[in-house]
Design a protein around this ligand. Structure first.
Ligand code: ZN
Length: 139
């Protein structure tokens, strides 16, 4: 069995950002030499997500508005978690609803997506270095 483990590092300019990382993952699939297998992509932090959806700017803004309604960043004092001295109580909740990881099948050396599917890294507590794990296994 072939396998590849790689970390992708990000430092987003804003507290919340949504990055399309599909091309980076595709490059790793190619580099792995795996023709048929599975590709796991997961955020390694509890205030960031990896998810799959459409690459469309209106949708990203809709997600952001929706998440801010569900778990607004402010007032910071609203979150018990922030009594620890942190200010990212909202980011933990946003991560939970947007998920930790995705798994995509690899078929004939390519990510076997449905129509419009793209892989996104969602940052909810940015402006610092954080990483995503990519693990590829197969033949
Ligand atoms: Zn925290």
């Amino acid at each position: 069995m072939k396998h590849l483990r790689e970390e992708l590092w990000f430092k987003t300019p804003n507290r919340r950002d949504y990055l399309n990382i599909t091309e980076k993952v595709e490059q790793l699939v190619e580099h792995s030499g795996v023709k048929n297998g599975l590709c796991l992509v997961n955020a390694m932090h509890i205030t960031a997500s990896v998810y799959i959806n459409d690459a469309e700017s209106g949708l990203i803004q809709d997600y952001d508005d929706w998440l801010e309604k569900l778990a607004p960043h402010e007032p910071i004092s609203h979150y018990r978690h922030n009594r620890t001295g942190e200010d990212n109580g909202d980011a933990h909740l946003k991560r939970q609803i947007m998920g930790r990881q995705v798994v995509v099948a690899i078929t004939d050396g390519e990510l076997d997506f449905g129509p419009w599917e793209q892989i996104y890294y969602a940052e909810f507590d940015g402006k610092r270095k954080k990483r995503v794990l990519v693990k590829i296994i197969g033949e």
